[in-house]
Ligand binder design. Structure first.
Ligand code: ATP
Ligand code: MG
Length: 262
């Protein structure tokens, strides 16, 4: 059974956080117990849920690196997870401290497996775990791939969309081969699609040709409500439920999880 999904693309600003946040919110609205995991030092998933990062004493960084502290508490994971303003949705937050994790992890034993180990108890506590990653293929993203059952790849319908994807697929295969054989590719999501431009259409066709049978039918349109929602600390499916962006994410949720047992 697929339980944890990570949203990955080392290209910046392609819609990873928006996708992770809104799929998490859709699942929560559907009555699932959901944990959103912020594995990006930018902390956009954290602030996008209206959580003030400056008020957090600890974050995912401590779970990944602070072995001394972890020994002093019975359940380190639940010390870090925070509730959100939305029912059924919990967050494992990131603060800027996470920027130091790549360095701290570099010398650790089984450094690629830290997140997976830390999330192990969460697999029983939640119906769905969604992991938002940074625009990088560094150690934090490798940890995210190691912790996931499936990977979702958002691709922005803009020029250069396919750049870097062969490198991303190589990393996914390496993770599958060496540390996480259960990792599957859930699929590719086309984001920020502007139907008025030929370019968007051409890029979409190119992506479909590059990933035959792997691209979700639901295409996320460019939609101003999606861009506005984070400043209100809400996923768009909660902020403006009838907007085009919200409806697209609801459809995507159905497509990604419709047949899953989560
Ligand atoms: P990063 O690589 O920095 O983590 P990201 O891949 O997580 O970026 P997002 O933060 O989801 O990308 O999106 C980048 C910006 O575009 C954000 O300001 C977001 O609100 C906006 N955005 C995302 N999707 C859409 C969309 N479909 N329509 C309009 N704006 C969008
Ligand atoms: Mg992001």
């Amino acid at each position: 059974m697929r339980k944890s999904y990570c949203v990955v693309n080392q290209k910046g600003g392609v819609g990873k956080t928006t996708t992770a946040l809104n799929l998490a919110a859709c699942a929560a609205l559907n009555g699932k117990r959901v944990l959103l995991v912020d594995v990006d030092p930018q902390g956009n998933a954290t602030s996008g849920l209206g959580i003030d990062r400056s008020q957090l004493e600890r974050c995912i960084y401590d779970l990944l690196t602070d072995d001394e502290w972890k020994e002093t508490v019975p359940d380190p994971l639940s010390e870090i997870i925070v509730p959100t303003s939305l029912p059924n949705l919990w967050l494992l937050p990131a603060t800027i401290e996470l920027a130091g994790a790549e360095l701290s992890l570099a010398a650790a034993i089984a450094r690629e497996m830290k997140l997976r180990q830390m999330l192990e108890p969460a697999r029983h506590r939640y119906d769905l775990i969604l992991i938002d990653t940074a625009p990088s293929l560094g150690l934090l993203t490798i940890n995210s791939l190691a912790a996931a059952d499936a990977v979702l790849i958002p691709i922005q319908c803009e020029y250069y969309a396919l750049e870097g994807l062969s490198q991303l697929m190589r990393v996914v295969r390496l993770v599958q081969g060496q540390i996480n054989p259960r990792l599957q590719i859930a699929g590719v999501v086309l984001t920020m699609y502007d139907a008025r431009t030929n370019l968007a259409r051409e890029v979409a066709e190119e992506v479909v040709a590059h990933f035959p049978g792997r691209v979700f039918e639901t295409v996320i349109p460019r939609n101003v409500k999606l861009a506005e929602a984070p400043s209100h600390g809400l996923p768009v499916v909660n902020y403006e439920r009838s907007s085009k962006g919200a409806r697209a994410y609801q459809n995507l949720y159905g497509e990604v999880f419709g047949n899953a047992e989560t």
